[in-house]
Design a protein around this ligand. Structure first.
Ligand SMILES: NC(=O)C1=CN([C@@H]2O[C@H](COP(=O)(O)OP(=O)(O)OC[C@H]3O[C@@H](n4cnc5c(N)ncnc54)[C@H](O)[C@@H]3O)[C@@H](O)[C@H]2O)C=CC1
Ligand SMILES: CC(=O)C(=O)O
Ligand SMILES: [Mg+2]
Length: 371
């Protein structure tokens, strides 16, 4: 199969969808890999590293998109990229469609087959292609939150660990999945007082056992959320209902209950955000203030640590890319129900129910596209 890897064009997105090592694995299996010139530069992979692996470097992005059978990306396609997709072409990347109606309709109109990293499942009930970036974003969320608490960013001027004689900050993490656990671990390591709220008792039990009480676990209800809002200096939004738009857990009215200069880091922003006042921001201007509360809502947090993230992403995606290339998309998805869960759009049809629900579009069963 001919696989094309374009340079990412989202604001301050420095990741690339394939490392030279990943390209080498595909080439060894007889596939063709084309990489757009300088696509890996931001992640520390010069064009020569891809050439040495045997890949072709393509200067003209239009040629790359026109000739490749499958396009491998990191972020959801931007408008210029949607326009380049063609019927029958495969797109394999993060899509987060439930947060983006225009993108959803654009992909439907393209006629392409679009497989989302973030809805692929595994036998343990996890999301194996979202997890590596969730680990990165969870860890970064506390760095971002700590920075946002500084006065110059509009924060309350609080140091997360405090100092001897001054109490540490209170950090609440809403959603104790991969992002939430990684954020809580970082906050704990920095000496903050950490609470995780989740709707899943089973998940809270795992976390309680793992951290032996060092992290408080609280079942998430309207009442416990209100208490967290009143007490916290930093709140990390990390909930997910896979493939669906994030529930709005903190409304604008509730901001009035927070301490002035407190910080909301909405990691769930790529699924639309879990705070009513969240709107997607970029690494160029990551935060803004509403009613005295600092909001950090960067939708591609891992792009800022592109080297680490690119390696972690390729580690997770490569087995799926190999299956796709070796077998073709229909056979690869027919052989693996977890991979099939990644199919969001095929030949003008929506194949993911939660996205359909977000926009009132009828969805068909993904396996109906395999016949
Ligand atoms: N902004 C960024 O750069 C990035 C954003 N993300 C996003 O972070 C979000 C979280 O991802 P993961 O941690 O991997 O998901 P996950 O599935 O591992 O965890 C989500 C957790 O939320 C809990 N939850 C669901 N609804 C809830 C509710 N109403 N109240 C409390 N808890 C609730 C679930 O029980 C689960 O434990 C996703 O939207 C993901 O796309 C991930 C990576 C990068
Ligand atoms: C998951 C995601 O949206 C990201 O890594 O940017
Ligand atoms: Mg987005």
């Amino acid at each position: 199969m001919h696989i094309g890897v374009p340079k990412e064009i989202k604001n301050h997105e420095y990741r690339v969808a394939l490392t030279p090592g990943g390209a080498r694995e595909l080439l060894a299996r007889g596939h063709r890999v084309s990489v757009e010139a300088s696509a890996g530069g931001g992640a520390g992979y010069p064009d020569d590293a891809y050439r040495e692996a045997g890949a072709e470097i393509v200067d003209d992005v239009e040629v790359l998109w026109r000739e490749a059978e499958a396009i491998l990306k990191v972020k959801e396609p931007q408008a210029a990229e949607v326009a380049r997709l063609r019927p029958g072409q495969i797109l394999f990347t993060y899509l987060h469609l439930a947060a983006e109606e225009t993108l959803t309709r654009g992909l439907l109109d393209s006629g392409a087959t679009c497989i989302a990293y973030e809805t692929i499942t595994d036998a343990q009930g996890g999301l194996p292609l979202l997890a590596p970036m969730s680990r990165v974003a969870g860890r970064m969320a506390v760095q971002a939150g700590a920075h946002s608490l500084e006065k110059a960013q509009g924060g309350a001027g609080i140091l997360l660990p405090g100092v001897p004689g001054v109490a540490p900050a209170k950090v609440s993490v809403i959603g104790g999945g991969v992002v939430g656990e990684n954020a809580a671990r970082m906050a704990l390591g920095l000496g903050a007082e950490v609470t995780i709220l989740d709707k899943s008792l089973a998940r809270l039990e795992v976390l309680d056992h793992r951290y032996q009480g060092a992290i408080r676990t609280v079942y998430s209800t309207a009442e416990t959320l209100e208490q967290a809002i009143r007490e916290s200096d930093l709140i990390v939004g990390a909930v997910l209902v896979p493939g669906a738009a994030a529930p709005k857990l903190i409304t604008r009215a509730m901001l009035a209950e927070m301490k002035p200069g407190s910080v909301l880091v909405d990691v769930a922003i790529d699924q639309g955000g879990c705070f009513e006042t969240s709107r997607p921001t970029t690494h160029a201007e990551p935060s803004y203030i509403v009613d005295g509360i600092v909001h950090y809502c960067v939708a591609n947090m891992p792009g800022a640590v592109a080297r680490t993230s690119t390696q972690a992403l390729t580690n997770a995606t490569l087995p799926f890319v190999i299956a796709l290339a070796d077998k073709g998309w229909q056979q690869a998805l027919a052989d693996d129900a977890h991979f099939l869960a990644g199919l969001n759009v095929h030949a003008g049809q929506l194949t993911y129910a939660a996205v359909g629900e977000a926009f009132g579009i009828d969805a068909v069963a993904a396996d109906s596209c395999l016949r």
